[in-house]
Design a protein around this ligand. Structure first.
Ligand code: GDP
Ligand code: MG
Length: 192
């Protein structure tokens, strides 16, 4: 388990919204090279991963956060192919989203904003949990996007924000715990 489960899992259908057995689909978005697959592999607990570099992967894992267990299916399939169909599918399928840019690449930051706008358009009336992630925080000297710019953007886009370093495993755990907490918050507010 925890290895590269190739391709997406249409077989996994979330059960009713109140069931403890529910699996939440979290989709990674962001430009090529920002670190999506690196983050996903850390989440999946895959250490040596050269063999699952290219294709889209899905990682299945349960996280215990605040003494409660939640199952997450993490989709790293955004770049699997270039079809519009896949992009549309990604925008529709997620229960939550992680939008990644690299702090060393301003254009990936601008792309993140675009993705946020597309997501809002695709899922208009829904209040979907989103975390904006500035990855590669370890590359101090080539930084092009400041922490303040990142967090200001998250305020504008009404989502959470965190900077990570997949290379140093810095804040990666916080990121995934954060997404679990966001999912729970939205779920609870729906039930009330
Ligand atoms: P993806 O295209 O978004 O899936 O990005 P990858 O995960 O394949 O990463 C692209 C490149 O950036 C790879 O060479 C990674 O080793 C490198 N990389 C990813 N995350 C970090 C990070 O936090 N710090 C540094 N220095 N490099 C990173
Ligand atoms: Mg990748």
């Amino acid at each position: 388990r925890n290895s590269c489960v190739s391709d997406s899992s249409d077989s996994v259908i979330s059960s009713g919204s109140d069931s403890d057995g529910q699996i939440y689909k979290v989709v990674l978005l962001g430009e090529h090279g920002v670190g999506k697959s690196s983050l996903a592999r850390i989440f999946g607990g895959v250490e040596d991963s050269s063999d699952c570099e290219e294709t889209g992967n899905t990682y299945d894992r349960s996280l215990v956060v605040d003494d409660e267990e939640t199952s997450i299916l993490l989709y790293d399939i955004w770049e699997q192919d270039n079809s519009q169909w896949l992009k549309d599918q990604c925008m529709r399928m997620g229960d939550a989203y992680i939008i990644v840019y690299s702090v060393t690449d301003k254009s990936s930051f601008e792309k993140a904003s675009e993705l946020r706008i597309q997501l809002r358009r695709a899922r208009q009336s829904e209040n979907i949990p989103i975390i904006l992630v500035g990855n590669k925080s370890d590359l101090v000297r080539s930084r092009e996007v400041s922490v303040d710019e990142g967090s200001a953007c998250a305020v504008v886009f009404d989502c959470k924000f965190i900077e990570t370093s997949a290379s140093l495993h810095h804040n990666v755990r916080d990121l995934f715990e954060g997404i679990v907490r966001q999912i729970r918050l939205r779920k609870d507010s729906k039930e009330e």
